[in-house]
Ligand binder design. Structure first.
Ligand code: SF4
Length: 359
């Protein structure tokens, strides 16, 4: 092991020449060093060992489960990578009714879920008022549960109304912090700056805030990923969701290659070391690109899984990308399968509400 003398915060310090260990200790590295970790697999094993050690330090072997309810596959937007974009005329559209949502929550509650995640496209039917009605109905039936929303860009007043109705967490991936890259993934009517404004609003209101990005999206460079990491450092979110880009056959990006599993896992580990307390899901996209992708995500530092509680007849219609896994599995079956998978690598699915732990 080589020992280096480096200048950190104006002071000279002796450090081991191991980027993963330095990242763990200082929770930061230079752009050049982070680039090495993102691009190369030289440090991959050590990076994942350090990340796993840090998640165990803060969260032990606990894996939090969140019940995902896919509220609607209508969307007013046309993101070039997304299978439920409004321009996809091949897709059968659906919306869940209030009764559907409450039935999903009741099933989930029986199975031990204490967080419900309402996710959907930006569906004009779901006005702020309707969203508040759904949130309030869940809140009144399940006062001991966290309600997470992932319903896209709204006004400050909208976010505030959802919060006052009982929502506690909001997920909104910033997608890419680089404006030029954002412009290549979205039509000119969409604005990455507004998305970031939403995240700051969400944080200001008092939600636990989640952000994230795709790894390997078309036209993404390592410099873009670095900007994503730097943006997250500024935002300091409670939850960070990343997954490999996966193509969808009915989008303008149908012929772009999928993201790289290993690069995505390296980024999960980097984010764990940068944000030791963050709630980081082993995403469905990871499980789709690799049969054991979610286990690998957990081993790389993730500590959350989000099984699907949506009615089985609509799950295949919520097709953000092709070949999404477990579209027909019942909630109970899906939960048992996840328990087995987590146990197979030494982790334990737990059922409590699973808030972020801070220092
Ligand atoms: S990524 Fe989100 S906002 Fe964009 S089209 Fe898909 S659901 Fe709509």
């Amino acid at each position: 092991m080589v020992i280096l003398v480096v200048r950190i915060g104006g002071n000279e310090r002796m450090v081991e020449n191991s980027l993963p260990k330095r990242l763990r200790e200082y929770r930061d590295l230079s752009d050049g060093e982070l680039t090495q970790l993102i691009e190369g697999n030289e440090y991959e094993d050590e990076l994942m060992e350090e990340a796993d050690a840090v998640r165990r330090l803060h969260y032990g072997t606990d894996v939090y489960i969140r019940g995902l309810i896919e509220l609607t596959n209508y969307c007013k937007n046309d993101c070039y990578y997304c299978g439920i974009r409004k321009g996809n005329g091949q897709l059968t559209r659906y919306r869940l009714s209030m009764e559907d949502v409450l039935a999903c929550c009741a099933t989930g509650y029986e199975l031990g879920f204490r967080t419900f995640v309402l996710q959907g496209g930006e569906d004009l039917y779901f006005t702020d008022e309707r969203i508040c009605e759904v949130v309030a109905a869940i809140r009144s039936r399940h006062p001991d549960c966290a309600i997470t929303l992932s319903l896209g860009e709204k006004s400050y007043e909208g976010y505030l109304a959802f919060y006052e109705a009982g929502a506690t967490r909001y997920l909104l991936r910033h997608e890419t912090a680089n404006p030029e890259h954002y412009g290549k993934l979205h039509p000119s009517t969409m604005d990455g700056g507004n998305r970031q404004r939403c995240l700051w609003d969400i944080k200001k209101i008092g939600y636990q805030v989640g952000s994230g990005f795709m790894v390997g999206s078309p036209y993404q460079t390592t410099a873009c990923l670095l900007e994503d990491v730097r943006f997250l450092q500024e935002l300091n979110p409670d939850m960070i969701g990343i997954g490999p880009y996966l193509s969808h056959k009915d989008t303008p990006f149908a012929h772009h290659a999928n993201g790289d599993l290993h690069k995505c896992l390296r980024l999960v580990s980097i984010l764990r070391l940068l944000f030791p307390h963050a709630l980081i899901p082993a995403t469905t996209a990871l499980g789709t690109i690799d049969e054991r992708g979610r286990e690998r995500g957990l081993l790389a530092g993730a500590n959350v899984v989000m099984p699907n509680l949506s009615p089985t007849n609509v799950r295949s219609l919520y097709s953000l990308y092709d070949n999404k896994i477990h579209t027909m599995e019942e909630a109970a079956e899906s939960r048992r399968a996840l328990e087995r998978r987590a146990a197979s690598i030494g982790y334990r699915v737990v059922t409590h509400v699973g808030h972020v732990k801070r220092d």
